[in-house]
Design a protein around this ligand. Structure first.
Ligand code: CAA
Ligand code: NAD
Length: 282
């Protein structure tokens, strides 16, 4: 099964990063979002990253121009009819993802693989929104996509071996390392990471330390490249809350209960770096 043309649904921080690394690997990619202004914002971010790579001497001007040419802004979701793989990177909500997968299933030819970049939702449930569950898979990139080399590959109950192989091969073509994990809420990455982030929020909530204090402990004491609260701001506090809620419900285990302070920040619209305010101001 060879993947020659890709479409990315959602041009936010993850979708634009996925489109960037796909084009860098020489594959044509269509970038889609609900409004053209979001696609343009995604493209502007990609162009900025490529320009920086040129400035730093990591990419030639010719390679930058060639990669940019491979990215086409979508004219509508119907463009999915012409691709071999769709990677979905929209909001972390099952109802919204299921609707998009059902639409894609009706548009795409039978051979097209439908992948989700979900952080925590069951791939088996997303696949059930389609009539091709054997062609649905989790392809979980890490943020920032151009920098982080892990991709968790999540096999749903019905996912075909050939689909897992095609996605693992593509992951390596993108210069990343695939790790296959079972379809459980939060997979491995967020099961481990979000519990730490939530505990860091509880430390602030209980007045144990300031956000700067908590982050310094983890950076200076554990050599983390950034503290858990700065990382939560980078991920997006809405996404962190959705992931915790999905694991809390999925495991029915109180260890995943989201800290009330996190809920309050999300209610206030303090969603982190993407809006300029979270645990820090940007
Ligand atoms: N896009 C492209 N490149 C980026 C970038 C972005 N958004 N952010 C940083 N970079 C690049 C910079 O351009 C820089 O490149 P150069 O070497 O050419 O200068 C390089 O990364 C290092 O950046 P900085 O010097 O600005 O800062 P840093 O050294 O602190 O690194 C970081 C930034 C890579 C984000 C680092 O702090 C880090 O690794 N943090 C942890 C990230 C992490 O844990 N990610 C996983 C999140 S969880 C997840 O993704 C799963 C989920 O479902 C929620
Ligand atoms: P984001 O808010 O930056 O971007 C989401 C984009 O999807 C927005 O541009 C939005 O307009 C668009 N969108 C929403 N509904 C849509 C629809 N029906 N059709 C087309 N586009 C639609 O979010 P993000 O951080 O890029 O996260 C996207 C997905 O990736 C989520 O499932 C998230 O859990 C997952 N993820 C996030 C991270 C992270 O660190 N932020 C890491 C790994 C995976």
């Amino acid at each position: 099964m060879s993947i020659k043309k890709v479409m990315v649904i959602g041009a936010g921080q993850m979708g634009s990063g996925i489109a960037q690394v796909t084009a860098e690997a020489g594959l044509p990619v269509i970038l889609h979002d609900v409004e053209d202004k979001f696609i343009q914002k995604g493209l502007a971010g990609i162009t900025k990253n490529f320009d920086r790579a040129v400035e730093k001497g990591r990419m030639s001007v010719v390679a930058r121009d060639a990669a940019l040419k491979l990215i086409t802004p979508s004219g509508g979701i119907a463009d999915a009819a012409g691709v071999d793989l769709v990677v979905e990177a929209i909001v972390e909500k099952m109802t919204v993802k299921a609707k998009v997968f059902s639409e894609l299933d009706a548009i795409c030819p039978p051979h097209t693989i439908l992948a989700s970049n979900t952080s925590s939702l069951p791939i088996t449930e997303i696949a059930a929104a389609t009539k091709r569950p054997e062609k649905v898979i989790g392809m979980h990139f890490m943020n920032p996509v151009p920098v982080m080399t892990l991709v968790e590959i999540i096999r749903g109950l019905a996912t075909d071996d050939s689909v897992c192989k095609a996605i693992a091969d593509l992951t390596m073509k993108l210069g990343k390392s695939p790790v296959e994990v079972r379809d459980v809420p939060g997979f491995v990455s967020n099961r481990v990471l979000q519990v730490m982030i939530n505990e860091a929020v509880f430390c602030v909530y209980e007045g144990v330390a300031t956000p700067e204090g908590v982050d310094s402990v983890m950076k200076l004491g554990m050599n983390h490249p950034m503290g858990p609260l700065a990382l939560a701001d980078l991920i997006g506090l809405d996404t962190v809350l959705y992931i915790l809620q999905i694991m809390h419900e999925g495991y029915a285990d109180s260890k995943y209960r989201p800290c009330p302070l996190l809920r309050q920040y999300v209610m206030a619209g303090w969603l982190g770096k993407k809006v300029g305010r979270g645990f820090y101001t940007y």
